[in-house]
Design a protein around this ligand. Structure first.
Ligand code: SF4
Length: 384
């Protein structure tokens, strides 16, 4: 009985075997067909697959970066209702854009979508560009996003390599190093495998395979159309591949955060600078606690430096732990009372006194939304 040795997409350094191009081509075709057959039976029905509108597909591609489908769908629907065209998005106020994105995280994606829509209106007559180099020139669009959009909207034979696809291809070839150390090889494999006659369905199928079958933990190999060709499966290494990179523990920052009340019962909020993490979002002011500093001293110092005002620090409202990609924070949130000085936007773009009810109108990062909810629940009234 013939034992399937899998497929050599890249030079087999261990065996040094030459790969017969004809056999290779036949295996590639078998893989394509198996994947497309599986997709026809098991592919997901998703809103952005019902359209060829490059704008709608672009929005879905950006939202799906770092975010799961079930989370994306309501955001996608609301976004297209609010901004049905590229021109509508280009015309929108950034605060409205960020508010609609609130809760999805990685806010640079929203700012880039907005900015790119304005570039498309200014430079491409309002039409999403159909060529790769123009698409790549837009803010927030890299090679895999461009491949996803142009293959789905314009049937262009362009490969993709997102996180799901890296994992599938690493397992298919039993890649012996972490995927990010073999990106050129993985791009080549994705290019070689692509069905150039049907790139839209092929790329969507590849994404679905990674999202629903070849999942990070416990891949469903017995349901997989590529199981007969998969080296990781043959070697029983599907849970060890892809290899992971050794990571040092995330740095942890302690932050003092102030909910500052004035005599009228209004609360002071500030808008973060455009550049940097959470740019353009609103927040309760505060900053990093220095070594040896108490939370109270940190808050007084930060508020003086950031806003040029004096406050008294009162009761603790709550403590929030939150993880970002490269660090973790603990927010030590206190009620504060405004004592003196007119708030100035010294280290932020804007400051405002708002009522508790008005807080809902502003885009805040997820950790700050918890503070708003606690204030709205009235679980802790200010005692300062
Ligand atoms: S056989 Fe298993 S490990 Fe290989 S591609 Fe399919 S699901 Fe992934």
């Amino acid at each position: 009985m013939e034992v399937n040795q899998g497929i050599s997409f890249i030079p087999d350094l261990e065996s040094g075997h030459e790969v017969d191009p004809k056999v290779q081509g036949q295996k590639m075709q078998a893989l394509r067909q198996a994947l497309l057959n599986w997709y026809g039976l098991s592919g997901r029905t998703l809103p952005w697959r019902q359209t060829q509108d490059p704008y709608a597909i672009w929005v879905s591609e950006i939202m799906l970066q770092q975010t799961q489908v079930k989370t994306v769908i309501p955001y996608y629907d609301r976004w297209l209702q609010a901004f049905p065209t590229i021109a509508a998005l280009a015309d929108a106020d950034q605060q409205q854009v960020l508010k609609l994105w609130q809760g999805l995280g990685y806010y640079a994606r929203a700012r880039n979508l907005h900015r790119a829509a304005q570039v498309i209106v200014e430079e491409f007559n309002g039409e999403f560009p159909a060529d790769l180099s123009s698409a790549l020139s837009l803010p927030g669009i890299g090679r895999t996003t461009a491949g996803g959009i142009l293959s789905a909207a314009f049937h262009q034979p362009l490969p993709i390599l997102d996180g799901n696809v890296k994992r599938v291809l690493a397992r298919l070839t039993a890649l012996a190093v972490p995927p990010n150390k073999a990106l050129n090889s993985l791009w080549q494999i994705s290019t070689d495998l692509l069905d150039t006659q049907n790139p839209r369905d092929f790329n969507q199928a590849l994404m679905d395979l990674g999202a629903t079958v070849c999942t990070p933990k416990n891949p469903s190999c017995l349901l997989c159309p590529w199981q007969p060709y998969c080296r990781a499966f043959q070697l029983n290494q599907q849970t060890q591949i892809p290899m992971t990179e050794t990571r040092s523990p995330l740095p942890h920052k302690q932050i003092g955060v102030a909910v500052i009340w004035n005599e009228q019962g209004n609360i002071l909020i500030d808008r973060r600078p455009q550049s940097g993490l959470l740019g353009g979002l609103w927040e309760f002011p505060g900053g990093k606690i220095e070594p040896g500093e108490t939370v109270e001293d940190c808050i007084k110092r930060e508020i003086r430096e950031e806003l040029g005002i004096e406050v008294t620090v009162g009761d603790r409202l709550m403590t929030i732990d939150h993880a970002y990609t490269h660090f973790r924070v603990t927010l030590n949130v206190h009620h504060c009372r405004h004592l003196s000085g007119e708030p100035q936007p010294i280290e932020c773009d804007e400051v405002r006194w708002v009522t508790l009810a008005e807080l809902e109108q502003f885009p805040f990062p997820a950790a700050n939304v918890q503070i708003i909810q606690a204030l709205q629940n009235g679980s802790s009234l200010p005692v300062v």
